[in-house]
Design a protein around this ligand. Structure first.
Ligand code: ADP
Ligand code: MG
Length: 317
C-alpha cells in the first residue's frame, strides 16, 4: 500500500533522510520508531506530499507522491506533528469546514462527522471552541479531521505526544481499532507505543533505517533486553564468578570493579524469561558481601540507538 524507494531529503547541509526504502502492506499498522531528529517527520511530510523529496520517491496505493500528489492526498489522512487547527472555530464548524475543503457533499459530511466525532470521543465538545480545548482534545480533533474522508491510509506523526496517560490509552485503542480498515503508519520515539499497537516496526536513526521487524523481535534482540545492576562490597573477581553461576544469569560485566573489599558494581544480563533478582540477592548475602543495591533496568530506546546498528535478531535493512 505504501512503497518507499531510496527516499532522501537534504535541508541545506543536513541530510535528514538518507536513501530509505520500505513497504507497508494493506491493513498493517506500522510504527516508525526513532529518537528526536531521526528524520521521522521529514519522511512523513514527504509521504503526505507536503515536502518534495531531494531524490528517490514513494507511492501510496500505486499513486506517485510527486506526480499524483492530488490523488495521493485524497486517499490519505494525515495527523501532523503540530496540528494546525483554527482555534477560533468550534469543533463541528472546523470539521464541516474541512469536509467542504475535501469537497464532501452535505449529507456525506453530516454522516462522516457523526462517525468521526463518535470514534474520537468528541461528541461532548462538538460545540466548544477549539482554542478552549485541552491538548488531548485538540489531538482528537486532528485525528477526526484525518479520518473524515475515510482515507485508505492514515499517517500519524507522534499521535500521543502531550497526552495524559488516560488519553494515551484511549488513543492507542482507537489506533488499534482503526487497523484493518485502514493502513496505518505512525511515528513515535517511545517503544511502548509501537508495542501497544503496531504489528511491525521500522527503526530509523540519523536518517537511516537501522532495523525492522515485529515488536517481539525488537524486544528480544540482545540490545533491548533488560539488565540487573548490582552494587555490593566484596572482592570483584569472586563476586563476578559467584554471580555468573546464578541460574538465569546469561552474562556478567563489572562496571566499577576496584581492588578487593571495595564496592563492586556489576551489570547482569538475565536469560530470557528469568527474573534473577532474588537469586542474585541470596547469593551475595550467602557470601557475606554487604549488598547495597539491586536494580532491574530496562534498556532504553536511546541505548538501542547508541549501541549501533548491527543486530542479529532483526534483519538489517
Ligand atoms: N525545515 C527544516 N529545515 C532544516 N532542517 C530541518 C528542518 N526540519 C527538520 N530538520 C532537521 O532534519 C533532521 C530530521 O528532523 P525530523 O524529520 O523533524 O526528525 P524527527 O521527526 O524524527 O524528530 C533534524 O536534524 C532536524 O533538525
Ligand atoms: Mg518529528
Amino acid at each position: 500500500m505504501i512503497s518507499v524507494s531510496q527516499l532522501t531529503k537534504v535541508y541545506g547541509q543536513t541530510l535528514a533522510v538518507d536513501h530509505i526504502s520500505f513497504e507497508v502492506a494493506q491493513g498493517q499498522i506500522v510504527g516508525f520508531l526513532g529518537p528526536n531528529g531521526a528524520g521521522k517527520s521529514t519522511t512523513l511530510r514527504m509521504l503526505t506530499c507536503y515536502l518534495p523529496p531531494t531524490s528517490g520517491g514513494a507511492s501510496v496505493d500505486g499513486l506517485d507522491i510527486f506526480h499524483q500528489s492530488e490523488q495521493v492526498r485524497s486517499i490519505l489522512g494525515y495527523l501532523p506533528e503540530n496540528v494546525p487547527l483554527y482555534t477560533e472555530m468550534k469543533v463541528h464548524e472546523y470539521l464541516d469546514f474541512r469536509g467542504r475543503l475535501r469537497r464532501m457533499d452535505r449529507s456525506t459530511r453530516r454522516r462522516r462527522m457523526g462517525y468521526v466525532m463518535d470514534r474520537c470521543w468528541l461528541k461532548s465538545v462538538e460545540h466548544k471552541t477549539i482554542g478552549h480545548l485541552s491538548k488531548g482534545y485538540r489531538q482528537r480533533v486532528g485525528l477526526a479531521d484525518a479520518l473524515l474522508h475515510d482515507p485508505k491510509v492514515l499517517i500519524l506523526d507522534e499521535p500521543t505526544v502531550g497526552l495524559d496517560p488516560t488519553q494515551i490509552r484511549e488513543t492507542r485503542k482507537l489506533i488499534a481499532d482503526l487497523g484493518g480498515d485502514h493502513t496505518l503508519l505512525l511515528s513515535t520515539h517511545i517503544l511502548p507505543e509501537v508495542e501497544a499497537v503496531c504489528g511491525r516496526v521500522i527503526v530509523i536513526s540519523g536518517g537511516k533505517i537501522v532495523a525492522q521487524g515485529s515488536p517481539d523481535e525488537l524486544r528480544n534482540s540482545r540490545k533491548m533486553s533488560a539488565r540487573v545492576l548490582v552494587e555490593c562490597r566484596g572482592p570483584a573477581r569472586e563476586v563476578e564468578q559467584a554471580l555468573a553461576r546464578v541460574s538465569g544469569v546469561g552474562g556478567v560485566e563489572l562496571l566499577d570493579g576496584q581492588s578487593d573489599h571495595s564496592m563492586v558494581t556489576a551489570a547482569l544480563r538475565p536469560k530470557e524469561g528469568y527474573d534473577i533478582r532474588e537469586e542474585v540477592a541470596r547469593t551475595i548475602i550467602q557470601h557475606g558481601w554487604p549488598l547495597r543495591e539491586i536494580r532491574l533496568e530496562h534498556a532504553t530506546l536511546e541505548e538501542f540507538f547508541v549501541q549501533g546498528t548491527a543486530n542479529q535478531a532483526m534483519g538489517r535493512a
